[in-house]
Design a protein around this ligand. Sequence first.
Ligand SMILES: Cc1cc2nc3c(=O)[nH]c(=O)nc-3n(C[C@H](O)[C@H](O)[C@H](O)COP(=O)(O)OP(=O)(O)OC[C@H]3O[C@@H](n4cnc5c(N)ncnc54)[C@H](O)[C@@H]3O)c2cc1C
Length: 405
Amino acid sequence: MKHNTNLDADLIIIGGGVAGTALACALKDSGLNIIMIEAQSLENVTKKKLAYALSLLSGAIFKGIGVWDQIFPNVGKFEHIRLSDADHGNIIHFEKEDLNTQFLGYVGEHQYVLKPLQELSQKCKNITWFPSSKLIDIIEEKDSITVTIERENQTQKLTAKLLVGADGAKSKVRQWAKIETKGWKYWQSCVAFKIKHTAPVNNIAFERFWYNGPMGILPLPDHCCQIVWTNPHEESKNLVEMPEKDFLERLKIRTGGVLGDLTLVGERGLFPVQLMQSDRYIQSRLALVGDAAHGCHPVGGQGLNLGIRDIAALAQVLQDAIARGEDIGTISVLKRYQNWRKKENWLILGFTDFLDRIFSTDFLPVVLIRRFGLWLMKNLPPFKLFALKLMTGLKGQRPNLAKVI
Ligand SMILES: Cc1cc2nc3c(=O)[nH]c(=O)nc-3n(C[C@H](O)[C@H](O)[C@H](O)COP(=O)(O)OP(=O)(O)OC[C@H]3O[C@@H](n4cnc5c(N)ncnc54)[C@H](O)[C@@H]3O)c2cc1C
């Protein structure tokens, strides 16, 4: 194996998913030289079959980055949210009028979110991609951090002032830094899939809580929806393995036939669910963003939205540090990012956990408490508004990057 000459940058980002690529794009005018290291080819990274509920804040951040005009035409938009407790008649209606906004959120398929970010990053002279690269080693020095990668049968050492781990839930960067995590695995898995339906959904997103777990129905363009159906592990596995016809029959019963005739588009994905928070997001010369730093139950569609907020916050902290002439890899700079994001993420992690636990049971005292909670939400507008603002990203510190859409 040959050794190439060293290649220096200001910032190395490991992981070219949505969080990592969005961070590079958010820093396109910062003057920083950025290296992106991704394990897969750029084409393969876009192939993940998942669609995300994107919050109003995420849309605003993408606008600030300069990719929203490319993303917007391909996303589903919803103006209403219906939240209900199994078959109980007390349905909570969230409306765009509650926030005085045009929409309450968006639903974007992975490829339509990531591709515009990839394209923008490839146009930026200060961003260099190293796709299909294997991370071999990381060595922290006093004023820099060096990453060794293997690519096309060659090893290469890359040195920068700061390394960002955007490499997802099983982050090697987090493991290398020996950053411990807190959290738990749920007794549930999600089955996520796209369907085509004949009945109109009228720009409504549904979150319906059943005793086995919640079901989210998110509208996509062209009479399609993304459905995330949570059940105990064994039941979810059965749902994925059963013949398509039986699966659609079960789905039709579960959704009460409101979607009309259903056709499965693509495959059913099975995702075990966990809650995870890293003990710290930073150390000298290193920061974690997105799923590398935290993970939550998909109920409420928050995971990626938290990652997008992370990168907007980190980009702002780094740009402020550059303006002050500070070294971007120092703990004093990176602490500003951690102080901003860790507490805010705890709030959402806790909220999604609370939602899943309080609804995924038919234990009568809990059922009565939650029905009282739903009654409060329906009848006390400030309570409802608080929940809506929390889920749409309008609570917490707004990053400068977020622009009015
Ligand atoms: C069923 C389900 C439904 C969901 N629904 C929603 C939703 O509606 N809304 C929402 O906001 N979130 C949702 N989420 C959460 C969301 O999917 C994640 O939070 C998001 O994908 C994380 O993005 P990321 O960029 O941080 O990590 P990832 O998407 O995991 O990207 C990490 C990248 O790093 C690369 N990588 C990994 N290791 C290395 C390495 N060693 N070297 C180089 N590269 C590496 C990977 O190839 C990948 O490209 C859902 C999750 C699930 C499971």
